[in-house]
Design a protein around this ligand. Structure first.
Ligand SMILES: NC(=O)c1ccc[n+]([C@@H]2O[C@H](COP(=O)([O-])OP(=O)(O)OC[C@H]3O[C@@H](n4cnc5c(N)ncnc54)[C@H](O)[C@@H]3O)[C@@H](O)[C@H]2O)c1
Length: 263
């Protein structure tokens, strides 16, 4: 098993892509810490995963420095080590550019981008200390998006946060390379989770997604978990500073804007 006895923190893992990653990591032999703000769903997820291996839940708002400090301390207390961090927690706040509220902009950036910074710094400090005392380096996986490169006009803070996360991935990878600590990102396309659930009841929205998805289907969270598991494993031992896009072919696609009929 590729993550046998590794200790992995996955943020935002009470549901969706984070939960799929937590499940995959447990199946690959890791001891997983689910960090989330939804205590009920987080406890339930940890309970379920305990039937497959080892998982625990810790409450953590990734945007809060003290919560993050507590997450690292409690994980070290329980397991004595942290080998893998997945910065997956993320939210959206849709609004047209001219109507977007400052609070919504701040909220998305503080969770999606600052949260990844706070968690990465706190965990990397432990990882570096370990390397300096002769231990093995760990790795960090950030949950980016195709919207780190592409953009949606009414999802401004989200796109900005994911663009920032791409640069955070590169800069952190360069800073930590000398310790052997790897930092990469996964860039999902459209994946069927609560974040995308509204699309199920909206044929026009589904059509819009399909028209930009050469594989003609929405992705499953387990297909993102597979990429995260690769990046967290020794199979990716020479990969750092990269974003791997798992998007059914959307990024390479040119064309498709609905053009009104001329008459
Ligand atoms: N679903 C998609 O199509 C898609 C596509 C590209 C990228 N992503 C990214 O994948 C990640 C997971 O998305 P998802 O679709 O599973 O979303 P989701 O809404 O299903 O789950 C997000 C989880 O994050 C938790 N969370 C929210 N705020 C938090 C905070 N402050 N601290 C800790 N946890 C918090 C939520 O409680 C929830 O459990 C996000 O970063 C998202 O941007 C998703």
């Amino acid at each position: 098993m590729s993550l046998e006895n590794k200790v992995a923190i996955v943020t935002g893992a009470a549901r969706g892509i984070g939960l799929a990653i937590a499940r995959r990591f447990v199946m690959d032999g890791a001891k997983v810490v689910i960090a989330d703000v939804d205590d009920e769903a987080g406890e339930a997820a940890a309970g379920d995963l305990n039937s497959l291996g080892e998982a625990m839940y810790i409450h953590c708002n990734v945007a809060e420095r003290l919560d993050v400090r507590n997450l690292v301390a409690e994980t070290l207390n329980a397991h004595g080590d942290i080998n893998v961090l997945v910065n997956n927690a993320g939210i959206v706040a849709g609004a047209d550019f001219l109507d977007l509220e400052e609070d919504d902009f701040d909220r998305v950036l503080s969770i999606n981008l600052k949260g990844a910074f706070l968690c990465s710094q706190a965990v990397a400090r432990h990882m570096v200390e370990k390397v300096e005392s002769g231990g093995a380096p760990g790795c960090i996986v950030n949950m980016s998006s195709i919207n780190s490169v592409l953009a949606i006009p009414n999802q401004i803070p989200y796109c900005v946060s994911k663009g920032g996360l791409s640069q955070l991935t590169k800069a952190t990878a360069l800073s930590l390379a000398k310790y052997g600590i790897r930092v990469n990102a996964v860039g999902p396309g459209s994946i069927m989770t609560d974040m995308l659930a509204s699309v199920n009841d909206d044929p026009a929205a589904k059509n819009r997604i399909m028209s930009r998805t050469p594989m003609l289907r929405i992705g499953d969270p387990s297909e993102i978990a597979g990429v995260a598991a690769f990046l967290a494993s020794e199979d990716a031992s020479y990969v750092t500073g990269q974003t791997i896009f798992a998007d059914g072919g959307r990024m390479p696609l040119n064309y498709t804007v609905a053009v009104p009929d001329e008459d």
